[in-house]
Ligand binder design. Structure first.
Ligand SMILES: [Zn+2]
Length: 290
């Protein structure tokens, strides 16, 4: 599967391939907004072709059953295997106890290369990080501004790569995005993508302080225009080598360690540790003062 996608060759040749690492695809089964209703790719494919984007990593929209949603993404990937990479969407709470099974099917049968988690569903869990470690695949985790978890996962799972999209906040939470830069600088396994980031100076600062190796080009298509998002990378004015890292080299490196035969796969957990539904600091008086 790795060879079919040319990861080895692409890494060796220093190819000029442009890879969009963040795009949604397929139908959601909700009707709240585009994010859980539909992520149609027709327009995206035209936009991406015009922008010179060669490949795209896709994952589901929000869905009430990610085994179903991942299956649809797998069909799309299989329809153009040299155009798409797949990421397995998992729900930290609803999929508790079956994350291993979901990811195993996605990696072994679908040829997927990573895991997607969103805090809108629930917070990232150890179960998911353990599975990512076993398969040596990156986790793309949107913390919706709660970037403090990065400090924990970076230390607890130094061998797992975490891509924190939107510099930590799709909704431009400046404090979160600014904090994320510090995490990028200090932790070798923490990365970000550029999708939806509007404050250009933060992108500049991230590249200057953390280096081009820590930044991945992503668009958040099909809802954002991949050509518009790509232009943000162009105007950073990076050296050709650094630009190539951002545009595809970093993504290829992060997915290159993937294993079909998982390392020390954790046993299925019949009773996983309880989830923290809300953030509560045991030493913070106000969290208990009501
Ligand atoms: Zn997204």
């Amino acid at each position: 599967m790795v060879e079919r996608l040319g990861v080895g060759r692409a890494l060796q040749s220093g190819t000029r391939m442009i890879i969009d690492c963040h795009c949604h695809a397929g139908k959601g089964d909700g009707l709240t907004g585009p994010w859980d209703t539909a992520a149609p790719l027709e327009k995206y494919m035209r936009w991406a072709a015009n922008a010179g984007i060669n490949r795209t990593a896709i994952f589901a929209a929000f869905h009430s059953d990610y085994s179903v949603a991942n299956q649809e993404v797998a069909r799309i990937v299989a329809s153009r295997p040299n155009r798409f990479y797949g990421l397995a969407f998992v729900h930290p709470a609803r999929d508790r106890g079956r994350v291993r099974d979901l990811v195993q099917v996605a990696v072994e049968q679908y040829g997927f290369v990573g895991i997607k988690v969103h805090r809108y569903d629930a917070r990232l869990t150890r179960e998911i990080c353990d599975v990512a470690r076993a398969f040596c695949v990156p986790i793309l985790y949107d913390p919706i501004g709660e970037v403090s978890i990065v400090e924990l996962v970076a230390a607890e799972y130094p061998d797992v790569s975490f891509i924190i999209p939107h510099m930590g906040s799709f909704s431009d939470d400046w404090r979160a995005q600014h904090s994320l830069i510090d995490y990028l600088v200090r932790h070798p396994n923490i990365y970000t993508d550029t999708s939806g980031v509007r404050r250009f100076e933060l992108l500049e600062q991230a590249v200057q302080r953390a280096g081009a190796r820590k930044i991945l080009f992503g668009s958040d298509g099909p809802w954002l225009h991949p050509g518009v998002e790509l232009e943000k990378i162009r105007v950073l004015g990076l050296s050709p080598a650094d630009e190539q890292l951002v545009l595809g080299g970093n993504f290829l490196r992060l997915i290159s360690r993937r294993r079909h035969q998982p390392l020390a796969l954790p046993a299925a957990q019949p009773a996983p540790a309880p989830l923290q539904a809300e953030y509560r600091d045991p030493w913070h008086y106000h969290h208990f003062a009501t």
